[in-house]
Every structure is written in structure tokens, then in C-alpha cells.
Design a protein around this ligand. Structure first.
Ligand code: PXP
Length: 244
């Protein structure tokens, strides 16, 4: 059964808009867990635009499910990950100017440096996932450098026109099969919504979907616990394979 990782960065975005102390993502993570989240994901960015070091420390103490730390493969972040020891690290590309993570990591062009980071974290019992575009080149390169997981970038699928959606969906499906055949474990995420998640949730072999913006948006209307519950129901019991 596909599980749900809830990304709570956008709760911290609201707090940082005023540089105050509310809303606090730490108790909100508990509500997400009560709604059925199988894991909590946060991205500690170099510029600390949303999640702060304090959030990460407190989440490590309070998250009862699994804590997935998204981060860039920098020395600063590696030291933090080794200190905090999250249940998983997801390495992502990061650019200060971007509004959100744009493309996946180009594994093939930085294989040696990424391999060192993966070895360091995984020998400290922190499994590493690589956020990549759904291409065989990146999947093979991820396998070659010893990642445990990949997270397939679903952004293109999410943003595609109805005409192209089936093509983008088939890339995710094909990539899942290719990665599983190489022995990689597969997660997916980015841009998924209540409207487009079911086709992705139907793909066999994807273990976890990481979803943030749409859940936090829905939470404004119905509360976080119920927003997570609604998403979890769609993921566990998707009604249709393709929503066009
Ligand atoms: N996965 C990764 C690697 C991400 O960077 C993000 C965005 O922070 C997500 C999943 C969640 O994306 P969204 O907020 O669009 O659901």
C-alpha cells in the first residue's frame, strides 16, 4: 500500500511571512500524523526561508512516524543530518532564486561527490533518497552510486496539459519499473494534488508519495488532520487511473 509523507514546509512559510512564532509546524506535524500521515517531510534550506533549525530539532524529538529531511548535498547540511539523524535524507538540488525545487538532481554530472555523501550518511544508518527526473539515465546513475531510494519528480506530470498527461504518467510508470528492476526503492512527489494524485497512487511499486502544498492549502478550509485524512483515502483507495 502506498504511504503518505506530508511536507509541512508551507506551514513554516506562513510563520516566516511575519517572522513570528505562529503557526508552529511542530504541533502541526502531530496533527498530520493523527490524520494518517506515515511520515513528515521538511526541507531545511540554506537560506532558512521556511523550516528553521529549531523546527528540525523539535520534530526529531516529537515525530512518531518517520522524519524525512530534504536537503542540498552541502557540508553544512551533511553535518546537520549527522547530528539530527533523520529516518531518511532526500537529496535535492537547491537554488536560492527558485520558488520551489525545480528539476531533479543531475546525478550523472556529480556522481563522485554525491557518492561520498551517500556513503557518509548511509554508513551512519541514514538511508538516502535522490530526487530525480523520471529518466533511465538518472535512475541508472542513482543505482551506480548506491542510493537506497529515488524520489521520482512528478512535477511535469502535475503541470502537463490533459493531452500530454498520459505521456508524463507513463514516464513515471516506466521509471518505477526500471528502478525496481535495479533494486532501488521508489518514492515520488512534487505538484501532486487531490485532483491528480490517484493516477500516481495506482502505480505499483511506489512506496511513498511526498505531498505538501495542496494539503496545507486544503487545511485552511477543513483543518490539517482532515486534509491529511482526505489525501490518505485517495492514496489508499484510488478510484481511477487517469484524471484528464
Ligand atoms: N518532494 C520534493 C523533493 C520536494 O522538494 C517537494 C516540495 O518541497 C515535495 C515533494 C512536495 O511538493 P508539493 O509541495 O508540490 O506537494
Amino acid at each position: 500500500m502506498t504511504s503518505l509523507g506530508v511536507n509541512i514546509d508551507h506551514i513554516a512559510n506562513v510563520r516566516e511571512a511575519r517572522k513570528t512564532n505562529e503557526p508552529d509546524p511542530v504541533p502541526m506535524a502531530m496533527l498530520a500524523e493523527l490524520g494518517g500521515a506515515d511520515g513528515i517531510t521538511v526541507h531545511l534550506r540554506e537560506d532558512r526561508r521556511h523550516i528553521q533549525d529549531r523546527d528540525l530539532k523539535l520534530l526529531r524529538e516529537t515525530v512518531k512516524t518517520r522524519l524525512n529531511l530534504e536537503m542540498a548535498a552541502t557540508e553544512e547540511m551533511i553535518d546537520i543530518a549527522l547530528e539530527i539523524s533523520p529516518d531518511m535524507v532526500t537529496l535535492v538540488p537547491e537554488r536560492r532564486e527558485e520558488v520551489t525545487t525545480e528539476g531533479g538532481l543531475a546525478i550523472d554530472t556529480q556522481a563522485q561527490s554525491l557518492k561520498k555523501v551517500i556513503d557518509l550518511l548511509q554508513t551512519s544508518n541514514i538511508p538516502v533518497s535522490l530526487f530525480i527526473d523520471p529518466t533511465y539515465k538518472q535512475i541508472k546513475a542513482s543505482h551506480n552510486i548506491g542510493a537506497t531510494f529515488i524520489e521520482l519528480h512528478t512535477g511535469k506530470y502535475a503541470e502537463s496539459t490533459p493531452k500530454n498527461r498520459i505521456i508524463e504518467l507513463s514516464k513515471i510508470k516506466e521509471s518505477t519499473v526500471q528502478a525496481k528492476n535495479l533494486g532501488l526503492r521508489v518514492n515520488a512527489g512534487h505538484g501532486l494534488t487531490y485532483q491528480n494524485v490517484e493516477s500516481i497512487a495506482c502505480i505499483k511499486g511506489i512506496e511513498e508519495l511526498n505531498i505538501g502544498h495542496t494539503i496545507v492549502s486544503r487545511a485552511l478550509a477543513i483543518g490539517l488532520k482532515d486534509a491529511v485524512k482526505e489525501m490518505k483515502e485517495l492514496i489508499i483507495n484510488p478510484r481511477k487511473e487517469l484524471v484528464i
